[in-house]
Design a protein around this ligand. Structure first.
Ligand SMILES: CC(C)=CCC/C(C)=C/CC/C(C)=C/COP(=O)(O)OP(=O)(O)O
Length: 286
């Protein structure tokens, strides 16, 4: 019976290679890598250093994504979860673990080639993300690895510069807050499914309504930190971004009653606005 389900499900996937590629969480992998590269361009990294930072973040994200699907495969299969190649038998779980290990091993020299401190900070973030997959995802501290991971990105970038300066505090704080928002927004559409499978992270403890209500808080706090954190007068453009971000942060959860992914879309819009703020004011960077 289980075998029949697995082989029917496997037939839905175009092949093992595609199953492996899709089990890495390609959307978040691409988004976080692009975010790091954008910060790197804004910081004025040389092309070679930018390529190293991009490769290190890509390897780290691939390792985290594959580890996540491999570790969850048994539970996802028991819950009959769709869209999970390893759980559906489209790719052997062992192959996904192998890919995660290879990506992790590659991530170490790539990170350290960005600088000893830069690499150490990035590897600590990747370790936190693995800890999320293996342990913290199902606890009230599920938000912490996201906060650590996203706070580390500006540090990885500025510490990769020739002078290796630390980033401004507000860039780190905004990263941490956006990381918490990413966790809440990412989990929101699957809360009930996850709860049924026994996952009890922070969003699952709060429930869908509580999570939807909480989501605007870190989004607005991140934007406020970026607008008010840097010394000097606040310009009209920053206030406009703050107001627009506030509207998107609040509208997303409201529209979430009708469109399942509205809160996540609102969160992405605010994160994009925050990135523009960060780059426009040059605040992240020394
Ligand atoms: C810079 C850096 C290292 C950032 C990493 C931050 C971090 C903790 C990322 C986790 C990414 C991930 C695989 C989420 C899947 O979560 P899930 O298992 O809750 O979702 P799923 O059930 O849909 O797979």
């Amino acid at each position: 019976m289980g075998g029949a389900r697995t082989s029917t499900a496997a037939a839905r996937w175009p092949g093992r290679a595609a199953g492996l590629a899709l089990s890495c969480h390609p959307g978040p992998v691409a988004a976080v890598t692009a975010l790091a590269c954008t910060l790197g361009v804004g910081a004025g990294l040389s092309p070679a250093r930018l390529a190293l930072v991009g490769a290190a973040v890509l390897a780290g994200q691939l390792s985290v994504g594959w580890c996540n699907d491999a570790f969850d495969a048994g539970r996802d299969a028991r819950a009959g979860r769709r869209g999970k190649p390893a759980a559906e038998g489209a790719v052997p779980v062992r192959a996904v673990w192998g890919a995660a290990a290879v990506a992790l091993v590659l991530c170490v020299p790539l990170s350290l080639a960005c600088g000893l401190l830069a690499g150490t900070v990035h590897l600590a973030a990747v370790a936190a993300a693995w800890l999320y997959n293996l342990r913290l995802k199902a606890t009230a501290l599920s938000w912490l690895p996201y906060a650590v991971g996203f706070a580390a990105l500006p540090s990885l970038v500025t510490l990769s510069l020739p002078e290796a300066p630390w980033p401004r505090w507000w860039a780190v704080a905004a990263g941490a807050l956006l990381g918490v928002a990413a966790h809440l927004g990412d989990t929101l559409p699957d809360i009930e499914e996850d709860r049924a499978a026994g996952v009890r992270g922070l969003p699952h403890r709060l429930g869908a309504t509580g999570t939807r209500l909480l989501l605007p808080v870190p989004l607005l706090a991140a934007t406020a930190v970026l607008v008010l954190g840097p010394p000097g007068p606040v310009d009209a453009r920053s206030v406009a971004v703050l107001v627009l971000a506030g509207a998107a942060a609040l509208l997303g959860p409201v529209l979430g009653r009708w469109w399942r992914k509205a809160a996540l879309a609102g969160a992405v819009a605010v994160a994009a606005a925050d990135l523009v703020l960060l780059l426009g004011r040059g605040t992240a960077l020394p």
